[in-house]
Write a protein that binds this ligand. Structure first.
Ligand SMILES: O=C(O)CCC(=O)C(=O)O
Length: 274
């Protein structure tokens, strides 16, 4: 079926990857040990009225790791010491990223693409249900937010399909603030770019279906994954820090995470041993 035309700045392609790419990605994903990060840390305590909490889902980053406790990348002000240089993309993923960059440059207005833009950062989100006090609780959603990295953001989805929405404002009012809605299918590609979709509206994952019954992703304690999403973004190289250039406090805050990562990643093993 042909994909319907979309508003300027949006691109959606289904299917985008074929069965072999999908199988290769899933095989590689099963080797990862995603982290359950906490939102705050000793050097970045919760502000008044807020409290320490785990993120809704386990994550893994490539290119650079934006730890929640380092407050994520948020230009123009929040650029210092937010992004830790991380593992590069595995070769088969880099080939997919090359294709996405090509499509973005071909399909989007030139003015939407910053100089030096490339998809050098990837957040891998694991969506599913969490075992809490003996009960499986559905945690497969993301609230309204913006991705502040400059330029187009691209998203590759695997597993159960997700209802992705662009909304005006942060209100929780059902569909009243809805601007655009898109189901993200297994193996699909979505790209969004330009003022309207990056800065004027928020986006969210409203829900993830539970229909495929496919076991995907690595074993994660007390968690059942049913969707995995890669969001590719651009962080200017000068804002990506090697570990030794982070301040001592920030290094201490992320140390336990790096130790955990080093159990299954040679990159992090080497990083913390030098
Ligand atoms: O899972 C998705 O499709 C979107 C994820 C997202 O909004 C994000 O990582 O910022």
């Amino acid at each position: 079926m042909k994909n319907a035309p979309l508003p300027t700045g949006l691109h959606y392609q289904f299917p985008f990857i074929d069965r072999k790419d999908r199988a290769d990605l899933l095989a590689w994903l099963s080797t990862l040990a995603p982290l359950w990060e906490m939102r705050f840390s000793e050097n970045n305590p919760p502000p008044e009225g807020d409290q320490q909490r785990p993120l809704l889902r386990p994550v893994y980053w490539l290119g650079n790791w934006q730890f929640a406790c380092l407050d994520y990348y948020h230009p123009p002000k929040g650029i210092l010491h937010r992004c830790l240089k991380a593992e590069p993309y595995p070769k088969h993923l880099q080939q997919i990223v090359d294709r996405i960059e090509f499509i973005a440059k071909k399909r989007l207005p030139k003015s939407f693409i910053p100089e030096k833009w490339k998809l050098n950062t990837c957040l891998i989100n694991f969506y599913g249900s969490k075992l809490e006090e003996g009960k499986w609780v559905d945690r497969a959603r993301v609230g309204e937010h913006k991705d502040f990295e400059p330029g187009p953001v691209a998203s590759l989805s695997l597993g159960d399909r997700a209802l992705f929405q662009f909304v005006n404002g942060k209100s929780q009012l059902g569909d009243e603030n809805m601007v655009f809605s898109q189901w993200l299918e297994d193996s699909s590609l979505q790209i969004f770019a330009g003022e309207k979709w990056k800065s004027k509206t928020f986006h969210r994952v409203q829900r993830v279906e539970d229909k495929r019954n496919e076991k995907i992703g690595p074993e994660i304690e007390n968690f059942k994954t049913r969707r995995i999403n890669f969001t590719f973004r651009y962080v200017p190289e000068e804002h990506i820090y090697p570990l030794h250039l982070l301040p001592v406090g920030q290094q201490a805050d992320i140390r336990p995470y790096l130790e955990k990562l080093s159990d299954s990643s040679r990159y992090y093993k080497k990083l913390i041993s030098t």
